[in-house]
Design a protein around this ligand. Structure first.
Ligand code: ZN
Length: 682
């Protein structure tokens, strides 16, 4: 899983500032629209790489960019059609502009809508999952489309039927309302607009995969259903359409494979060539055993400086948590920062042995948690433009158990967030005491980094399932519980003397900044990302709320934390940090028990009680205070642009990286150069 989208927010909420390494000339913050702020990240160290490494990265980023359309279609089946129409209207603007004021207003609203669609890889909010409400009229839109009708000559079935579909999808508020619906008690597939199932009910899909699981290897199960759409044909037969070179999305996957094979020539060692070979074989066959072979080879290939993720990875987009969205990350090691995480990993067994969870749920031997800090060279698919700041893969539980996992923190992304968040006013608005502000000022950064490292390097790799427990027992609550487990592992150890001993934290009080940030975020400040009247849906946000509310409630008798009102503003006060650690330890033990024993009812009770509901009064207050600060709640990144310098024979002699492409330009370039899929993928 790729996580910690929320973690960074904590840093920004507490206004943490990263110091001296900043390059003042680089503009980390770029344009802003709707609830979004575009940022840029710097590919630190790229120029120092060898030509071979640069060339390797060049082909890997090409392979990454070719997957873009897959995610668009996965997110909703109308997305590619919609994008095509929107982009034609956008391109034609300078030609058809009338110049009158209402026309200008409509176009401005249209442009914002298009940028939001670009950002979300589709018509639903990337985080909240609700369909966007366009600020322009359907009449204006249709006139604009007809004004550039000649751009649609190639469209099968003609422009009229395409436009009808697209207008319905954009303007009809009663269809495609949510990309992912996780509300209990309704058919999650029927009520989700994502494109992972066609014509099947939730019950039919669950039955289909229960059967596969029952017939398959229980000890080392493949990830059933992860690389296909499940469909029901007219005769009632239910089957998978696999995403392969010759299957669904084949015309995009073919380009991915071609570029992976070009990259292969520049791989850093033979093992890495084997990794690419297995990935290519898997893209060709769709065979899930091959995917497991690939995942093992990839997890074990820790030596090379340059590495990549490329494939169907994230299961957050499927309400049943089976189907994986496409993504790619091209990266290389940050050697200095890696030292920090290697220290943690080298002591992984100590942390496992001393954790407060029941002995029967602990790993006797914690294996192969490889830890490193990387710099992103390119983000793509479900990691673009909104990205995680840490990675822990592969996802398969038995591979993690037997072969370990690769765990990385994306250093240049974290740094970019922190640089861009300087002085955003959050800390002054939401922290009451000067003493708390001071602790945050001094230690929020180091705690944030350390929390991420503990979460990724140790948290996800800790604990074990009891024999015979189905890893998917917790169903829709699985992701929230897993994130809570990793976060609690980090929170429990943040104050530990071991970290001082290992030289990872400056002193015994520094953890207080991390505790304050966690509680403040989970109880209050993360609510800035939720619309009034809505509940928490996203796994990381639910996990944050669960931990904070549980600890708050269970510490009430001892007044561990309190919410105080000053001038009608609510503030968090933590009165007993040591007791708070005890509470985190207790919850960690309980969450690990739920995970280890596959206690669905226990997971449901915890998540529904503490992780879902929002106090409407507090929510309203937080939104009002936040609105005054005028900060965009969501951030995403514009990629750098790579240009290959080639000789007469087409051989790459250098690779240049540049950062001056504006967002719309980047989106139009990607649409022009990397669109391989038809508008309809069935
Ligand atoms: Zn995580």
């Amino acid at each position: 899983m790729l996580d910690l989208k929320v973690m960074v927010l904590t840093a920004m909420m507490t206004g943490s500032v990263v110091g001296a390494s900043a390059d003042n000339k680089f503009d980390y913050a770029d344009e802003r629209f709707a609830d979004l702020q575009m940022l840029r990240y710097k590919v630190e160290g790229f120029e120092q790489l060898s030509l071979k490494q640069k060339t390797f990265i060049y082909y890997l980023q090409e392979a990454a960019l070719w997957g873009r359309d897959i995610l668009w279609d996965q997110n909703c089946k109308y997305n590619l059609r919609i994008r095509r129409v929107l982009e034609e209207v956008y391109k034609a603007e300078t030609r058809v502009r009338t110049g009158n004021e209402s026309d200008n207003e409509e176009f401005k609203a249209f442009e914002t809508y298009l940028k939001r669609v670009w950002f979300s890889n589709g018509i639903h909010h990337h985080y909240g999952c609700d369909k966007f409400v366009p600020g322009f009229s359907s009449g204006w839109f249709m006139r604009r489309v007809h004004a550039c009708a000649d751009s649609f000559k190639d469209v099968q079935g003609g422009l009229d039927s395409l436009l009808q579909e697209v207008c319905d999808a954009i303007f009809n508020p009663n269809i495609l309302q949510k990309r992912i619906n996780l509300t209990e008690g309704v058919d999650l597939i029927k009520t989700s607009a994502s494109n992972y199932y066609e014509g099947v009910t939730q019950a039919e899909a669950e039955e289909f995969y229960e059967k596969q699981k029952a017939e398959g290897d229980a000890l080392r199960p493949v990830m059933y259903g992860m690389n296909s759409r499940l469909v029901k044909d007219a005769s009632g037969r239910i089957y998978e359409k696999k995403w392969t070179v010759n299957g669904l999305y084949g015309s995009a996957i073919k380009h991915i494979v071609d570029n992976l094979l070009l990259a292969r020539e520049y791989a850093e060692d033979d093992k890495q060539k084997e990794v690419i070979d297995l990935l290519v074989k898997y893209y060709r066959t769709g065979d899930l055993k091959t995917f497991d072979d690939y995942s093992i080879a990839w997890a074990e290939n820790t030596e090379p400086l340059v590495d990549f993720v490329n494939g169907f990875i994230e299961c957050y987009g499927d309400p049943l948590g089976l189907k994986c969205s496409w993504e790619s990350l091209v990266n290389f090691k940050d050697l200095v920062a890696t030292k920090r995480t290697e220290t943690l990993s080298a002591n992984a067994q100590w942390f496992e042995d001393h954790s407060p969870v029941d002995k029967s749920f602990k790993k006797e031997k914690v294996k192969g948690v490889s830890a490193k800090v990387i710099n992103a060279a390119l983000l793509a698919g479900d990691l673009y433009p909104s990205t995680a700041i840490g990675i822990n893969l592969p996802n398969s539980n038995w591979i993690r158990r037997e072969y370990g996992s690769k765990s990385v923190t994306i250093g240049n992304i974290t740094n970019a967030y922190n640089q861009a968040a300087k002085g955003n006013g959050m800390r002054d608005e939401f922290v009451l005491l000067d003493s708390d502000k001071e602790i945050l000022e001094k230690y929020a950064d180091v705690c944030d980094e350390l929390h991420t490292d503990l979460h990724e390097c140790l948290g996800h790799g800790s604990g074990k399932l009891l024999d015979g427990i189905d890893p998917d027992s917790l169903k829709a609550y699985g992701s929230t519980i897993e994130e809570a487990r990793a976060d609690l592992f980090a929170l429990y150890y943040l104050p530990d003397a071991k970290l001082v001993e290992l030289g990872l934290t400056p002193n015994a009080d520094a953890y207080k900044a991390g505790y304050y940030a966690q509680m403040q975020n989970g109880l209050m400040t993360q609510l800035v990302r939720i619309q009034p009247g809505k509940n928490l849906e996203e796994a990381h946000m639910r996990n944050r709320a669960l931990i904070a509310h549980w600890a708050f409630e269970h510490g009430k008798a001892d007044n561990v934390c309190e919410l105080v009102k000053v001038n009608r503003k609510t503030y968090l006060r933590i009165n007993d940090y040591e007791k708070l650690r005890v509470l985190f330890g207790e919850l960690l033990a309980e969450i690990q028990r739920i995970k280890s024993t596959g206690d669905y009812k226990g997971a449901q009770a915890l998540v529904e009680e503490y992780g879902v509901k929002v106090d409407p009064e507090l929510h309203k207050e937080v939104l009002e205070r936040y609105a005054k600060l005028n900060i965009a709640p969501y951030k995403g990144f514009i990629n750098p642009k790579y240009t290959a310098v080639k000789d007469k024979n087409g051989k790459i002699t250098d690779v240049k990286v540049s950062y001056n492409e504006v967002y719309a330009e980047q989106m139009m370039r990607y649409s022009t150069l990397y669109s391989a899929l038809p508008l309809v993928n069935e």
